[in-house]
Design a binder for this molecule. Structure first.
Ligand SMILES: [Zn+2]
Length: 427
């Protein structure tokens, strides 16, 4: 018999989302969730050491601690690959204005929207930002998100962007969740550069990116080999494809990995340009062209769709996630948790919307929220599936069939969050 720190037994339905050493799941593979009936898992040092049928594990392992799932379903902890949870204040007034008919770009042109969050976030101390962000992180964790990408982008000057990075690092140190940092100085044109966007792009390339990379090399993230991403918001009133190319060229040469906001409102050619720059993911994709869908399918880039944003805006049109999968792309899901367009901490909510409006099957939504999301933040070899050698991140669900997590919405079916082998109970 082998010793394990923890053995979890009697899992009625274990959905592993295992990719068996391959990359992200694409096309028809996204229907396969690798389900084991009546399963158990053994965990030591925060890592899965065995995963398999109940009796096989019990014959081989004895746990210092044993926990029975009592026939419930279990799945990997969710990975949220696109969020903006570090900010001060809220956008409640803007929400009400939008309900009364104001458009996002109108609010942006009027100096409202994102710039009101920039103003409050610049004024806030590191401690205040940590407190407010931690409350959001706790909500996400309770809803089953165990790995989370967090972007800067509400500082828009070197000092304030570095402050946001410090907050993101602090969150990773104090919270159980694993965090992936993304530098998004190119979220929108800084207010000081409204009349000279090119000068802001130069500031990003010549001062901000080198300063951010220098910060990363001394950070906790570098020590634990967590990748550092650079992201650009390509859109009218933000950055064009040429500017994105300049930022990507500088970031890539420093060592950043790349991802981009593209095709949210209009197609400027950002998807193709990002794929050609070997971006790990392209996110939003509402306006992606048929030709670009083909290019994405042939690439290693992952398409991240964000149905919470459309839902929050009351839209009836969504990114063509069904077509992306049918054409053979690897698709991931995110909440885009942010104060303006998607104040949503719940991956199950994103999955529920994706199934109804984008016609993803429960199995596809689950792979999109776990293994593919992990690959889209460069961590597919460590998180996103229940496999021997991976971080022991697992959710015990208050149901017996995993499809319930997509079918039911508005509550929380996550009964226990297990992060690196440690238990947190929502009960
Ligand atoms: Zn975003």
């Amino acid at each position: 018999m082998q010793q394990a720190e923890l053995v979890i037994t009697d899992i009625g339905q274990l959905v592993t989302c295992a990719a068996n050493g391959r990359g992200p799941k694409r096309g028809a593979e996204m229907r396969e969730v690798n389900l084991i009936e009546n399963a158990s898992v053994a965990i030591s040092d925060g890592i899965f050491t065995a995963v398999g049928p109940h009796q096989e594990i019990l014959d081989e392992f004895v746990g210092e601690r044993t926990f029975s799932a009592e026939g419930r379903a279990a799945c990997p902890g969710f990975v949220d690959p696109h969020t903006h949870i570090v900010y001060a204040g809220d956008r409640l007034d803007e929400f009400v204005l939008k309900l009364q008919g104001a458009e996002y770009l109108d609010i942006l042109s009027a100096g409202g929207g994102i710039l009101s969050t920039v103003k409050k976030s610049r004024e806030a101390s590191v401690d205040l930002l940590v407190d407010e962000s931690l409350a959001r992180l706790n909500k996400m964790f309770k809803a089953g998100t165990t790995t989370i990408e967090i972007k800067t982008g509400y500082g828009l000057d070197t000092k304030a962007e570095l402050k946001m990075l410090q907050v993101i690092e602090r969150l990773d140190v104090i919270h159980e969740a694993d965090i992936v940092p993304t530098f998004l100085a190119a979220h929108t044109i800084a207010p000081e550069f409204r009349n000279d966007p090119e000068a802001y792009v130069s500031l990003i390339c010549e001062e901000m990116l080198p300063a951010a990379w220098n910060w990363y090399l001394g950070s906790h993230f570098y020590q634990k080999s967590t990748p550092f991403f650079c992201d650009v918001f390509t859109e009218r009133n933000a950055f064009d494809v040429e500017q994105m190319g300049r930022i990507f060229a500088t970031a890539g040469s420093l060592g950043f990995r790349l991802k981009s906001h593209v095709d949210q409102f209009s197609n400027l050619g950002g998807s193709e340009a990002s794929i050609r720059s070997h971006a790990a993911s392209i996110d939003h994709l509402d306006a992606i062209s048929e030709r670009e869908v083909g290019i994405l399918a042939e690439s290693d880039t992952i398409g991240v769709v964000i149905p919470t944003e459309n839902f929050s805006a009351g839209k009836v049109e969504f990114a063509p996630a069904r077509r992306l999968i049918d054409k053979g792309c690897a698709v991931a899901l995110s909440t885009d948790f942010n104060p303006g367009s998607a104040p949503c901490p719940s991956m199950p909510m994103a999955m529920a919307i994706a199934s109804r409006y984008q016609r993803l099957l429960p199995s596809e939504a689950l792979n999109a929220a776990t293994i593919n999301a992990a690959h889209s933040v460069g961590l597919g070899d460590r998180f996103g599936s229940i496999e021997v050698g991976k971080a022991a991140d697992m959710l015990i669900l208050d149901c017996v069939d995993h499809r319930q997590i997509v079918y039911e919405f508005g509550g929380n079916l996550v009964l226990h969050v297990i992060k690196r082998g440690k238990f947190t109970s929502n009960g």
